[in-house]
Design a protein around this ligand. Structure first.
Ligand code: MN
Length: 295
């Protein structure tokens, strides 16, 4: 099942190029801020699934081209991210990155991104206006947690996954010779975590370690690998993260990026595609105004 959010955060099941609006069947949908209906939907699965299927049967198709796709998680309690995490990426950034060769989440752990950085495919990416800094794309498989858990052993970890999505971990690179800004600062600008185009439920992806993971800038392939090349796989990541913090339904894990990260600029279009999940293209633009503290 593919779950998308569109326009004013309406909920749809996606089949081919059509969306079926099932918002009315989603518990808590339409409540004011914060929009936690996806957490409730995920937390109340599988009963909620049956309600969605009933709503789907009564819905009429809406073409994909007629809607604005939003982040399939409009709000989440945590975005937990693995540094690097594909063998060949580690070390490629030299002094513009902080993950030294030989290190991975297994020995240095994870970091958090601001949850407010989530956007959907049709929202696009906004870079700080007038910045001379380098902003890079990172293509990542996103894991959406389905079941609350703490100290989850890796053998049981995939039972805690609700589904998967495509995630771009936009990152302001370190400036050589300048003080190293904290990772959450460099990765938390609004729109720096595009998620989508939808969530594919885990029953459609029994093994998350066999998926091609690719990203193009303006049609040129920049990153191309397979999740088989991950250093720390999804199950081990869940074990590691839940050994620190309780994972909640709707938490988003960014599982790390392969080699080939590179800069993006206003006017670029970025396409990310995860096998069996889907593909989305985002336009890059400059923010409307220079921040009072420019970057
Ligand atoms: Mn990343």
């Amino acid at each position: 099942m593919k779950l998308a959010l569109f326009d004013d955060n309406r909920v749809a099941l996606v089949e081919g190029d059509s969306l079926y609006d099932v918002s009315a069947a989603v518990p808590g949908w339409g409540q004011p801020w914060p929009p936690v209906f996806m957490q409730r939907l995920i937390g109340e699965w599988p009963a909620a699934r049956l309600a969605l299927l009933a709503a789907r049967a009564a819905a009429t198709p809406i073409p994909r081209s007629a809607v604005r796709l939003r982040s399939p998680m409009p709000y989440t309690s945590n975005i937990i991210a693995a540094p690097a995490n594909y063998r060949k990426h580690v070390g490629e950034l030299g002094n513009r990155g902080v993950t030294a060769a030989g290190n991975s989440a297994r020995n240095i752990g994870f970091f958090l991104k601001a949850t407010s950085s989530l956007v959907g495919p049709d929202d696009g990416i906004m870079l700080p206006r007038g910045s001379a800094r380098r902003f890079d794309h990172e293509t990542e498989l996103a894991v959406i947690i389905g079941k609350r858990g703490h100290h989850i052993p890796r053998a049981a970890a995939l039972d805690h996954v609700f589904g998967y999505s495509c995630l771009i971990d936009l990152t302001m690179r370190l400036e050589p010779g300048a003080p190293a800004e904290e990772r959450p600062t460099r990765k938390s600008f609004d729109s720096f975590t595009p998620l989508g185009p939808w969530i594919v439920t885990a029953d459609e992806i029994p093994d998350p370690q066999v998926l091609s993971n690719r990203l193009w800038v303006n049609g040129t392939l920049k990153q191309s690998t397979n999740t088989a090349e991950m250093t720390v796989g999804v199950a081990e990541l869940i074990e590691l993260i839940s050994s620190v913090m309780t994972l909640q339904p709707g938490d988003v894990i960014a599982s790390g990026t392969p080699e080939g990260v590179g800069p993006v600029a206003p006017g670029d279009s970025i396409t990310i595609e995860l096998e069996k999940v889907g593909a989305m293209t985002l336009q890059v633009r400059e923010a409307d105004a220079v921040a009072p503290r420019p970057w």
